[in-house]
Structure formats: structure tokens, C-alpha cells
Write a protein of this length. Structure first.
Length: 451
């Protein structure tokens, strides 16, 4: 894989086959289907299995996860509940994830989800239910009717899943407060205090603050300890989005920035990101196990299980009733790596990010836009003498041109209103030579764009 292109466009004939196949009347032998998968699907991957794939936050699949995925599919259990291996193994997988990032864990205080987006819905729904219940308001019975608005506080660099969750849960975005960030793109706690005070004066109920333990744009870690203190002072639910970055706590250079993570009421992390568990595999962890069950439990007669024990079924802790056997891929990946192997993976990728940042700073035609805290580097290509408006257009155009060249894959974003190149390093086989090639490829792509 490393010797081939990172990504290649799908030829028109294959694109037509992929998107416009008629529904077959008669079935075909499995061998024929496998031939078509080999010829028409496998040659055109997303590219995240390649060590020079630096786009978005998409890791290569872990070997253990790949090997066990088909076994989980062959067993095909619903992990809603019941007394079988899939349910029991999920208890261990969730506990292991909590132990890796140093989050306190009690049995029942977490479950696997499809990803951080669903985990965030579960966390915010639990917070909404508990905060309103403490005020004598049962949101499951009456919804939000007649209750004063709830204010949520998120960083300007927060992931969009938080806004989606607020909209889906009926809280809307009118009272979703965007907290400005500091020079390192971390939540500004002074601004957070100011926004909370303004809402209190206006009769709006401050409800939840969501911090980031590794943002998607820069890998920045918000001042978690300070935010935890503010949340406690004002009775806010403290939520942490660690979907991508929570495992960064295992890198010694970054670990001090994670102080306070253990104080959160809820924490979201994605095993299918840094750990490389094959998609889909997210996780939500809670400080207390009862909250999610209070928010979601609904057991009709046809699902009653008198032998379920005090924890009940996983389906009582979230919106999914039918739940796939995600735990096997998560368990196998962590069991194969071990804690030490996971630490080595995190340290390897964060060290490469610092190396790339150093290469950028040492160059004459690149500029670093944010500190390299985890394994993400945000930077720009700025050839000497190029006018500012042309630099903006150039950096918007580079990712597509680079991807089509096929030697490296990079994606772009916006940072402080400017077009930004963003490299996310997650592949365990990426080397320093790959980073040098990436910068050379960006230069070549830029020449193509401006030719």
C-alpha cells in the first residue's frame, strides 16, 4: 500500500457501475461478487490506510480490528442486552478505554456508540434530563415546554456535533454560546465567565459547558481544570469532547494540558480515531452511571429480562435498541497493542507532528499557524513575495491539487478566518521522510495551481 498512490479518482465507468446498478432479478455466486469487489471497489479506497494520508481524522484500521470484524459479523448478536459474550465484553472494552485516559469508571457508566456524534447526543440528553430533574422538571414527560431557555457554552473551535446535538435535543442554537479562543485556539475562560454572567442577568439558565481535549482544527486542548472549576462554581454540567484527542494524555509532553479531564461529568472519545479500531466505534463515559439510564431506560414487556442484574441492558443507556458487536473490534485492538503499545503509537504520532511543525518553521515558504500539541499541524504555504489575497486562494486550492497528484493526501480548513492546510498524523508507519515529501508535494501542487 505504501508504494502505491494514496488516493486515485474513480474512473467514469466504475463510477457509473457503483452508483447506477439496477436491482438484480437473479442472484449471483459469491465468487463473482468478490471479483467485482476486487476490481471495482478495492482499487479506490479513501486512502486512510496509506502512511502519507494526513486528511481529516481518519486512521488506518488496526490489524486486530480487521481480523475480528468478520467474526463479530458472523456471530451477529444484538448487543442491546442479554447474557452473551458481546454484552459482557463491552463492559471490559469500556472500562479499558476509561483506564487508558485516566477517567474514573464505575460499572455501567459508559457504552460504545457509532461514533462521537451519537455519543454526544447521549451525553447531552443525559445532562439535560439530570439538570432539569434537579429543578423538579421531568423532560421525558413534558419536554422543554414551559421551561426557561438553557444555555450551552462551546469553544469557537468546537466540533459541529455539539451544535447538531443541541438542535436534535430541542435546545436549539439561539442559546448556544460560542466562547472565543485565545492565541493558542483554546477556550478563553475569561470570556466563558462573561457569557455565563450575561445569561444569568438575562434570565437564561446556564446549563452545560463543553470543552475540547484535542480540537479537530489544531489539536488544541482547552484549559480543562479551569473550566471544571467554573462549571462547579455555577452548577454546570462539564462535558469534554475527546473524540480525537483524549488519548493525547498518554504523550508525556502533552499530558499536563489534560489536567482536569478526570473532573468531567461526561467524556466522549472515538476508538476508531487514534486507536484505529475499524469504523464504527465511539464511546461515551459518565462520572455516574445512573444518569444515562434515567434519561433513556424504557423496557416494554417483550424486552423484560428478569436475569439482567442491577445494570440492566445497554439499550437502557442510550437511544439504540439494536446495537452491533462493536466491543470485539475495540477489545481486540487494545488487547493487541496493550497499554504500552498504545502509548508508543501516541508518542510516535505526536513526535512526528512536532517534527513537521519544526520543518514548517524552518522553511522559507511555510508558516505555522498553531502549536503542535497532539498529532495535528495547522500551517500555510506562503511563497515569498506572494500577495496576501493570492496566498489565500492558493491555500484553498492546494488540497485538491495535492490529492490528485496521488503522492500524499492533505485536507484544508479555516483557522481565524484564513484558509489553512491541516495535517493529521495517525498512521503508525508514517516516517519523517513522509513529512518531507508532504511539504515537497505541497510545493509541487502549488506550482500546478499557479501555472
Amino acid at each position: 500500500m505504501a508504494g502505491g498512490p494514496v488516493w486515485r479518482p474513480v474512473p467514469e465507468a466504475h463510477r457509473t457501475w457503483l452508483t447506477q446498478q439496477p436491482l438484480p432479478v437473479d442472484g449471483r455466486p459469491l465468487a463473482d461478487l468478490l471479483d467485482e469487489v476486487r476490481d471495482r471497489i478495492l482499487p479506490y479506497p479513501m486512502g486512510n490506510g496509506h502512511p502519507r494520508f494526513f486528511g481529516w481524522v481518519n486512521s488506518p484500521p488496526s490489524p486486530a480490528g480487521v481480523l475480528t470484524a468478520s467474526l463479530a459479523a458472523a456471530m451477529n448478536p444484538s448487543c442491546a442486552g442479554g447474557d452473551h459474550a458481546g454484552v459482557l465484553l463491552e463492559r471490559t472494552a469500556v472500562r479499558w478505554l476509561a483506564e487508558l485516559v485516566g477517567f474514573p469508571h464505575r460499572p455501567g457508566a459508559g457504552l460504545l456508540t457509532s461514533g462521537a456524534s451519537m455519543a454526544t447526543v447521549v451525553a447531552l440528553a443525559t445532562a439535560r434530563h439530570q439538570v432539569l430533574r434537579d429543578q423538579g422538571h421531568d423532560v421525558r414527560e413534558t419536554g422543554l415546554y414551559g421551561h426557561r431557555p438553557l444555555a450551552l457554552y462551546v469553544s469557537a473551535e468546537a466540533h459541529s456535533c455539539l451544535r447538531k446535538a443541541a438542535e436534535l435535543l430541542g435546545m436549539g442554537t439561539r442559546h448556544l454560546r460560542t466562547v472565543p479562543v485565545d492565541a493558542e485556539f483554546r477556550m478563553d475562560t475569561g470570556e466563558l465567565r462573561r457569557l455565563i454572567a450575561a445569561d444569568q442577568r438575562a434570565g437564561v439558565r446556564p446549563f452545560l459547558v463543553a470543552a475540547s481535549a484535542g480540537t479537530v482544527n489544531t489539536g488544541a486542548v482547552d484549559p480543562l481544570d479551569d473550566i471544571a472549576a467554573i462549571a462547579g462554581e455555577h452548577g454546570l454540567w462539564f462535558h469534554i469532547d475527546g473524540a480525537y484527542g483524549a488519548l493525547g494524555i498518554l504523550a508525556p509532553d502533552a499530558a499536563p494540558r489534560y489536567a482536569g479531564l478526570e473532573r468531567a461529568n461526561s467524556l466522549v472519545l472515538d476508538p476508531h480515531k487514534w486507536l484505529g479500531v475499524p469504523v464504527d466505534a465511539g464511546c461515551v463515559l459518565f462520572r455516574e452511571p445512573a444518569g444515562a439510564r434515567d434519561a433513556f431506560s424504557l423496557v416494554p414487556p417483550y424486552l423484560r429480562d428478569e436475569d439482567a442484574g442491577e445494570l440492566g441492558w445497554f439499550s437502557e443507556y442510550g437511544p439504540e435498541q439494536t446495537r452491533p458487536f462493536r466491543a470485539l473490534r475495540v477489545w481486540a485492538t487494545i488487547a493487541h497493542l496493550g497499554r504500552d503499545g498504545t502509548v508508543r503509537l501516541v508518542q510516535h504520532t505526536t513526535a512526528l507532528a512536532r517534527t513537521l511543525a519544526a520543518l514548517v518553521e524552518a522553511s522559507h515558504d511555510f508558516e505555522l499557524l498553531a502549536p503542535a500539541v497532539t498529532s495535528i499541524v495547522a500551517f500555510r504555504h506562503h511563497p515569498p513575495g506572494l500577495a496576501t489575497d493570492r496566498v489565500e486562494a492558493l491555500n484553498k486550492a492546494i488540497p485538491t491539487a495535492l490529492q490528485r497528484r496521488g503522492h500524499a493526501f492533505l485536507t484544508g480548513t479555516q483557522l481565524a478566518g484564513a484558509a489553512t492546510l491541516r495535517a493529521c498524523i495517525l498512521h503508525p508507519e508514517t516516517t519523517e521522510d513522509d513529512l518531507t515529501l508532504l511539504l515537497d508535494e505541497i510545493r509541487a501542487a502549488a506550482r500546478e495551481v499557479t501555472a
